[in-house]
Design a protein around this ligand. Structure first.
Ligand SMILES: Cc1cc2nc3c(=O)[nH]c(=O)nc-3n(C[C@H](O)[C@H](O)[C@H](O)COP(=O)(O)OP(=O)(O)OC[C@H]3O[C@@H](n4cnc5c(N)ncnc54)[C@H](O)[C@@H]3O)c2cc1C
Length: 501
């Protein structure tokens, strides 16, 4: 067998969906009985939806979820500002709210009965060109690659001796999934910065239901959490306690009912020292955990899987050298490092308690949120459509257009070519396609006749002819203007580390 996936949370399920699409021989095991029953991650970001769109799964998600158009921030004295997602340059200009239990169910159903449930990984032996995994069933499995998608307490990470570097936040946070009768619109998220603690209210799809995340003064004691102890022993909040807190921080008239989940949790911000050791990889929470600020965790795990899967498939199909797999750590570890910094900052800012700090924060936040640049940039960062990989090459002078390393924008004319993409995609603008015809790429030729309004030529800075080489995960590997086949072949060889095509 080629690949053994450990864990069928969102990351492992995405990895399995991708390997299945590429026709790779794999197995996926999980020690649990079925998909998570807890709502856990709610926010599905635009970039994740774009990926689901490439797999023709987007509608399964959008028809079940609730589109959140806006996030508002309030202080004790009234509105601070808000961020709208409606202008986002994506087919999904919103954050989709959907409980993780539903996300896992959709992915699980898409896979059919492939997940082997109630099977735990208990041992790993790493040989030169194979791995032997021991399972709780007593079976010994030999595979070429093993992917640890086994969550924050990852057995795989510990077995590899990789450190989970980072810290635990001193405060304990609480959550409540409840029904609220109050004055705030249901399709907008709200954050209330209050001196006694922060409160975030994220709408759930069912009418008037919300996920609340908040700090309770009684839970603020020094943290005992460390890498092996991410659980909290403080009693969970009660509905009465949560209602009192919501009335104090958000709406004096709010009435809460039907509590579905009440719990406390520590915020940890940790990153595995490496995402790869030999032919074993880490992805998702096994590789990074952080504050829920911005709803990034599950999205990042799903995108880890999307980044690694095509590379594994190309190596296993003999289209790329094993060295290509090293780019997985380079790209995803660097992104997670930035993400951890951003979510740590966001958590500290939201949880400030001293009055001078609160005054300064509120003053600057009000001004920053009024600028056009913030209104453009913040939704792009949260939605992860701004995520790009650095140092990708280009040739020629482009006046505009998406740079190498960025995602290919999902223009409707390009969408059919992105669906079920398994090779590199070569998009030519106003260029004779013949010299490019033999390349192992899916070729798209955009001419002045097909691009009648000239919108695509303009958007891609391709007025003098150009070539965009797009990886199977939708990121631009290389662009050149004008298009020249020799240089392009050279670059394609470099990307696959194969030396031949
Ligand atoms: C309250 C809360 C709110 C959150 N909100 C958001 C949000 O809004 N947006 C967001 O993006 N993220 C959010 N997150 C984070 C998100 O839930 C995680 O990032 C996500 O679950 C990670 O998915 P994963 O597949 O990597 O790991 P997990 O979901 O932890 O899955 C790991 C799987 O591995 C299995 N497993 C473990 N060990 C073994 C073994 N030895 N053998 C076999 N199977 C094993 C487990 O049974 C489990 O099914 C939130 C988390 C919490 C707790």
């Amino acid at each position: 067998m080629d690949v053994l996936i450990i864990g069928a949370g969102p990351t492992g399920l995405m990895m399995a969906a991708e390997l299945k699409r590429y026709g790779i021989d794999f197995r996926i095991i999980d020690k649990s009985k079925g998909p998570s029953e807890k709502s856990k991650a709610l926010a599905i970001q635009a970039r994740t939806l774009e990926i689901f769109q490439m797999l023709d799964l987007d509608e399964a998600f959008t028809k079940k979820g609730l589109a959140l158009n806006r996030m508002n921030i309030f202080s004790q004295n009234g509105p601070i500002g808000s961020v709208s997602f409606q202008g986002l340059a994506s087919p999904f200009p919103y954050v989709l709210s959907l409980p993780q239990s539903e996300t896992e169910t959709i992915l699980n159903d898409h896979l059919g009965n492939l997940v082997e449930r109630e099977v735990e990984l208990t041992g790993i032996e790493q040989g030169d060109d194979h791995i032997r995994a021991t399972l709780s069933t007593g079976e010994s499995v030999t595979c070429r690659y093993l992917i640890g998608c086994d969550g924050a307490h990852s057995f795989v990470r510990k077995h590899l001796g990789l450190t989970f570097i980072g810290k635990s936040f001193p405060s304990v946070f609480s959550l409540a999934d409840v029904t609220i009768d109050w004055s705030h619109p249901h399709e907008e998220g709200s954050v209330f910065w209050h001196p006694s603690g922060v409160l975030a209210a994220l709408p759930l799809p069912a009418k008037n239901t919300y996920r609340l995340i908040f700090e309770l003064p009684r839970c603020q004691m020094p943290s005992q959490a460390n890498e092996d102890n991410l659980k909290v022993d403080i009693p969970a909040p009660t509905l009465e306690e949560v209602q009192e807190m919501v009335r104090e921080r958000a709406d004096k008239e709010a009435t809460l009912s039907s509590p579905d989940w009440l719990a406390n949790f520590h915020v940890n911000s940790r990153l595995a020292s490496n995402y790869q050791k030999g032919n074993i990889f880490l992805a998702g929470d096994a590789a990074h955990i952080h504050s829920p600020v911005g709803g990034q965790g599950m999205n990042t795990g799903i995108q880890d899987a999307f980044n690694l899967a095509w590379k594994l498939a190309h190596v296993l199909r003999g289209k790329a050298d094993n060295k290509l797999l090293e780019t997985y750590h380079l790209e995803r570890h660097a992104f997670a490092k930035k993400l951890l910094k951003g979510t740590e900052k966001g958590t500290y800012i939201a949880a400030l308690k001293r009055s001078w700090q609160i005054t300064l924060r509120n003053f600057f936040a009000k001004h920053i949120l009024r600028t056009q640049e913030s209104q453009r940039k913040i939704p792009r960062v949260i939605s992860q459509i701004d995520l790009s990989y650095p140092n990708f090459p280009y040739d020629g002078k482009f006046a505009r257009g998406p740079k190498s390393g960025m995602r290919l924008p999902h223009y409707k004319e390009l969408l059919p070519h992105l669906k079920d993409l398994q090779e590199h995609l070569l998009i030519l603008f106003s260029t004779d396609p013949k010299p490019f015809a033999d390349l192992p790429c899916t070729l798209v030729n955009i001419t002045r006749e097909t691009d009648t309004t000239g919108e695509l030529h303009e958007a891609f800075g391709a007025e003098s002819g150009a070539a965009y080489l797009v990886r199977p995960d939708g990121y631009i590997a290389y662009r050149q203007t004008p298009a020249q086949p020799e240089k392009l072949i050279e670059q394609l060889k470099k990307f696959t580390y194969s030396g031949k095509l």
